[in-house]
Design a binder for this molecule. Structure first.
Ligand code: CAA
Length: 387
């Protein structure tokens, strides 16, 4: 039916499904309960090529396209959204940005080890007082008199994978008076003096993915670690988030698919009032609405993948398509996981089944990499051309 889905796409989807069901699903509950970072399975995902799917082979990846990345990520998230979070940040927020805006030297040094899964990458835009309004950050980078280093100071928050990251793409102000035009991107190494990790966030969901603050105290960043030109950081951050939003949509789809499959099975097996609960019209209506929204999310994700491919060919943007996929899939994940718990009744509310984990994991997809409100803003602005 969808002739853009090739045999190679189906193969990576199947490989990700096998790995997710055999190696990730059995440990998901443990990692959710303990909030322990799943370093061993993350390393294995690297060996399978899942940490750099769109990165060309000569740079340590497997050189496939965004659809391949989305299909694989959905399968991983169907088993465990925490694993998927680490995978998505590594692929789209970290590797994608450096590949697109970095020099050959930066790609060799900072993409190769991360795409191959030996090292972990992160992305840091948000600050305690600047989230959705990303152009108002307070952290600063000042070029030294010799012009060799930037000295970075400040505090960034909600950095996914920061407690384990080796390298971070950091956005900070070089010229605050220019607002968003004063933001610059840097490649930061976490074992250098002046870098410190702050408190790890205790989270509602995706508990096994580690999230923390990071602090810079006179961190000296060599000029060759600037990503792009001075003042280009905001555009780099936004361009990268467009790619990231397709990843979060795929994550939301995986969570929703898992909740729907569990609900169909339960409706076929559970009996009440002398019949299977799937024979009651009220359950049928829920299942039908869940299925429609899951499939609609998948189609919006396909559309966003195709739009990204077309944008690459004509140097254009696919912000609206990425935001539509992220908005719809994340709201679908919340809807489907809520209905799945309702269908399962008490069992859905119990930690003996994964439904309540799906529900908690789904919520973040409406928040990170741009809230639903921000996605609606991007879509409406794209339609009207108005700011
Ligand atoms: N691609 C390329 N350029 C873009 C762009 C995009 N997607 N979006 C905006 N720009 C450019 C504009 O063209 C404009 O350029 P000029 O100055 O040359 O005209 C410039 O950026 C400023 O654009 P806006 O005036 O539209 O900017 P704004 O301040 O109104 O903000 C916004 C727009 C869409 C609201 C944006 O700020 C945004 O997306 N905010 C949400 C940020 C976000 O998602 N934060 C969370 C990320 S990280 C995270 O979740 C943690 C993690 O670890 C995963």
């Amino acid at each position: 039916m969808f002739d853009f889905i090739t045999e190679e796409h189906k193969m990576i989807q199947l490989e990700a499904r096998r790995f997710a069901q055999n190696e990730v699903a059995p440990i998901a509950e443990h990692h959710d309960q303990t909030a322990e970072f799943p370093i061993n399975t993350v390393r294995k995902m690297g060996q399978l090529g899942f940490m750099g799917i769109e990165v060309p082979e000569e740079y340590g990846g497997i050189g496939m396209d965004t659809l391949a990345y989305s299909l694989a990520l959905t399968e991983i998230c169907k088993a465990d959204a925490s694993h998927g979070t680490v995978m998505s940040v590594n692929n789209s927020l970290y590797c994608h940005g450096i590949l697109k805006f970095g020099s050959e030297e930066q790609i060799q040094k900072y993409v190769v080890p991360v795409a191959s899964g030996q090292k972990i990458g992160a992305y840091s835009l948000t600050e305690p007082m600047s989230g959705s309004d990303a152009g108002t950050m307070k952290s600063r980078a000042v070029l030294n008199d010799a012009g060799t280093h930037y000295v970075i100071n400040g505090r960034k928050s909600w950095v996914t994978s920061a407690p384990y990251a080796d390298y971070i793409v950091l956005f900070t102000m070089t010229q605050p008076e220019l607002q968003h035009k004063g933001v610059t991107a840097f490649l930061v190494e976490t074992d250098h003096p002046g870098f410190e990790r702050g408190k790890t966030e205790p989270k509602l969901g995706i508990r096994a993915s580690a999230t923390s603050e990071i602090l810079f105290d006179n961190y000296e960043c060599p000029v060759e670690n600037r990503l792009g030109k001075e003042g280009e950081g905001f555009k780099i951050a936004m361009t990268v988030l467009d790619a990231g939003r397709i990843g979060i949509a795929s994550q939301a789809l995986g969570i929703a698919e898992a909740a729907l499959e569990a609900s169909v099975k339960y409706a076929q097996e559970r009996e009440a009032f002398g019949q299977k609960i799937g024979q009651f019209q009220m359950i049928q209506q829920k299942l039908a609405d869940m299925k429609c929204r899951v499939d609609a999310s998948r189609l919006l994700i396909y559309q966003a993948c195709l739009a990204k491919k077309a944008a690459k060919e004509n140097n254009g943007r696919y912000s609206m398509e990425a935001s539509m996929a992220k908005l719809y899939a994340s709201e679908t994940a919340m809807y489907v996981t809520t209905e799945a718990i309702q269908i399962h009744g008490g069992m859905g509310y119990s930690k003996e089944m994964p439904l309540e984990r799906y529900f908690r994991d789904a919520k973040i997809t409406e928040i990170y990499e741009g809230t639903s409100e921000i996605q609606r803003m991007v879509i409406a602005r794209s339609l009207t051309g108005l700011r």
